[in-house]
Design a protein. Structure first.
Length: 374
């Protein structure tokens, strides 16, 4: 059997790690094209611009706000005009995904600097492309993972806590989905048809244990802008472990169910990881997990403030028609829910969703839950 496991070229993380951007760019070339969000230009770049500029010639471009084909084309043209060997993507998920596409299409090295830890996108070799109006369009796989990922935990600690918590929701799903894919020998995201090596499954498990054990302290640390080991561990779980885990092991029920809920407009204001958290809970019922595991996941989600009911993802009174629409998307033949070991039907997925919501509501009414209380 051949396995394929995917990694970014380098992963650099810590307090003040953004200062390593200059030396990392210099390692790969003489000049770089930096794509950044408004926040990056306002709050982050000024503090170390001189240092960065001293290591390499850097041309900058502001991200327009959507990771769509038009924006990618615009930035590829600007990158070609600027010359140089390296593309830097600095900001949130859409900036990173756009920079990945620009680096791929303009054949340059890629350095990713996430300014939030809201998902496991930074280390992966895929961009999610939207229409200019922000409607999901398609995934765009790339031939290489980023050459370097630099995560400054001080920047993460100063970002809104909701992002870190959402990242934990995304990371929460990784082990359950990895285990399902391993049990069924499902191909991972490498497009080789291979499964991941044992390393990938071990990292996915470490991802789960890390968020469960350090998630609440990390949340508190972010609220008080304190960089402490618990925060460092959770940032690593959200970004590196979850990234390696999902890409090298594969996705299954949690993300399959999350994809279903994105079909409803009401969930638009909720972050990917928040919906994935509810998807994870529903997947536990779908796959017949025991009460101990189910309660561990619910207690964790309640403690850090992740949704545990449909109301928590914007659906306090979902109609049967809407629920049916969600189930229809989930049972589509290309949905990763079919990586679960049992056949998944409209009825079985609806039952799991209804029960996940009921379980979350019952726990809420039986004790006063919320961040720090469970
Ligand atoms: Zn995800």
């Amino acid at each position: 059997m051949i396995t394929t496991t995917l990694f970014p070229g380098r992963y650099i993380q810590g307090y003040g790690a953004v200062k390593r951007l200059g030396p990392e760019v210099a390692r790969l070339g003489k000049s770089a094209f930096l794509i950044g969000s408004n926040t990056v230009f306002r709050q982050i770049l000024p503090a170390f611009w001189e240092e960065l500029d001293g290591c390499a010639r850097v041309v900058t471009a502001k991200f327009s706000g959507e990771c769509c084909d038009d924006e990618i084309d615009r930035l590829v043209k600007l990158a070609d005009k600027a010359g140089g060997e390296v593309v830097i993507g600095m900001g949130g998920g859409k900036v990173m995904d756009t920079a990945k596409a620009v680096a791929h299409l303009s054949k340059r090295y890629l350095v990713i600097v996430p300014t939030i830890a809201a998902s496991d996108a930074p280390c992966s070799a895929v961009s999610v492309i939207y229409t200019p109006d922000g409607v999901y369009n398609r995934p765009m796989p790339h031939p290489r993972n980023p050459d370097a990922v630099i995560v400054d935990t001080k920047i993460i600690a100063d970002a809104p806590v909701r992002f870190l918590v959402a990242g934990m929701g995304d990371a929460l799903s990784t082990w359950f989905e990895a285990e399902s894919c391993r049990n069924k020998s499902v191909a991972n995201m490498s497009f080789t048809g291979d499964t991941g090596a044992m390393t990938a499954y071990a990292l996915a498990h470490l991802c789960y244990r890390t968020v469960i054990e350090y998630g609440l302290v990390a949340r508190m640390a972010c609220e008080s802008h304190s960089v402490v080991p618990a925060l460092e561990r959770v940032v690593e779980a959200n970004t590196l472990l979850s990234g390696l885990g999902f890409e090298s092991c594969g996705l299954a029920g949690a993300h399959g169910i999350q994809i279903g809920f994105t079909a409803l407009k009401e969930t638009e204001d909720y972050l990917h990881g928040e919906i994935v958290a509810f998807g994870t809970q529903a997947s536990l019922f779908l796959t017949g997990r025991n009460k101990e595991t189910i309660d561990e996941v619910y207690s964790f989600c309640e403690s850090v403030g992740l949704p545990t009911t449909l109301a928590g993802i914007g659906l306090p009174e979902i109609s049967d028609a809407d629920l049916d629409k969600v189930a229809g998307v989930i049972v589509d033949k290309d949905n990763p829910v079919h990586n679960e070991s049992m056949p998944v039907t409209r009825d079985s997925v609806l039952a799991a969703i209804r029960l996940a919501d009921h379980y979350g509501k019952s726990r809420k009414s039986s004790h006063n839950v919320g961040p720090g209380k469970a």
